[in-house]
Design a protein around this ligand. Sequence first.
Ligand code: GLC
Length: 463
Amino acid sequence: MILRIRSSGAGGIGGLHFARVNSCKVFGPAFIVLLCLLLEGCTRQRVHEPITLIYLDQRSMTPPYQKEYERELQQFTQETGIRVKFLPSPESAQEQLALWQELLATGVSGPDVYGIDVIWPGILGDDFIDLKPYFGNEIPEYFPAIIKSYTVDNKLVAIPHGPDAGLLFYRTDLLREYGYGAPPSTWDELETMAARIQAGERAKGKRQFWGFVWQGVATEALTCNALEWQASEGGGRIIEDDKTISVNNPQAIRAWQRAAHWVGTISPPSEISYNEFDAMNVWSAGDAAFMRNWPGHYLLSQAAKSPIRNKFDVTLLPGGKGGRLGTLGGIGLGVSRFSTHPREARELVRFLTRRDMELTRVLLLSDPPDREELYQLPEVQKQYPHFALLSQGFKTGVVSRPSNVAGKKYAEVSDAYIRAVHSVLTGEKGAPEAATALEKELVNITGYKKGAPSSGSAGSARP
Ligand code: GLC
């Protein structure tokens, strides 16, 4: 297995040790051995040594995030005397999951606290303690849809630590220049506007300009994008909550066909290998009119030297008869059942998810809040007007991946979906053929029956 490690560049400070790993490829086993050495060094604690927790999560370790995370962990050590060793993670959600699973499968005390992608509780839940008894007071502060996605069989596997929902970023200056008074509300409108702006910008000499960038790489990021296309057109959630495999339907097929048509027309031919940061690179260079991405990309777009600073805004993704839906993403923090310091690990989770920590992160890093109430604060509303849409979104405008219903099989389900949609984007297969084969594969994986999308399918993250 080849792991691509997220760019990171921190050194240790005080009790903190941020591993310095540049974007590179290392072989999994070597990484694991390295990790074991690292873990050995800090689990063998002498009696009077302060406790060192190991914390593994998938947060971006690029500046300016890294600085804030270091500060938070430093504050935790100052307040509690507990040290934290932070481990960097691979880049894609699948690679992360594989590493998490490898570590947990050893059954020995490895990381104490793990970042848990919103789609993993069904897969990893058995290896994490139930946090419900310890966070009873905090739970009602969070959006019910978010709490629901971290709950399996009534067990709360993680405390929310940064929600995500797919959003549309658009260039306000270009929309104005090309005579558009508002961003697109349907996929048809987006196509028309993207094509017109692209043609106009290219005619001015910007040969590398594209209308719309998104995530077409064959990873979990594609599941998030493709689910938005199909669910917003009434094409269902791949597998419905009642265990119906609904993916082989005309709306989903049309939505995939539409996206395949974008490749090489309003989106670059290399779109089929773009992840979130590839799309961001084109967008932040000023070379795209629209981008689908997660809310955190606001901060990078608005950076002091960004060519698009103050020239963009963010809104809901376009939609159709299913509504305007962003895929629900995000991470939570869970405590490993193998932790030898579960009390201290819970303390770290409590500290990192504390209201004041959350608010600082929101204001500094443009991460949307998990707590509903923070959206009402005047300073939050002033700095991030688009959060008003997000807070509404987390109530009614998000679509959840079928991770709860697929349970332990979710990774296989998503993998099959990714292969099917990607084969349509590359032109290797026609959409009807790919959907039929996928349906069969999902029946084999899950044993569930096939059928039509349920009518309330689109907004099914609704509590
Ligand atoms: C973001 C989301 C996460 C999703 C991933 C896919 O990190 O928060 O839920 O699985 O993107 O790339």
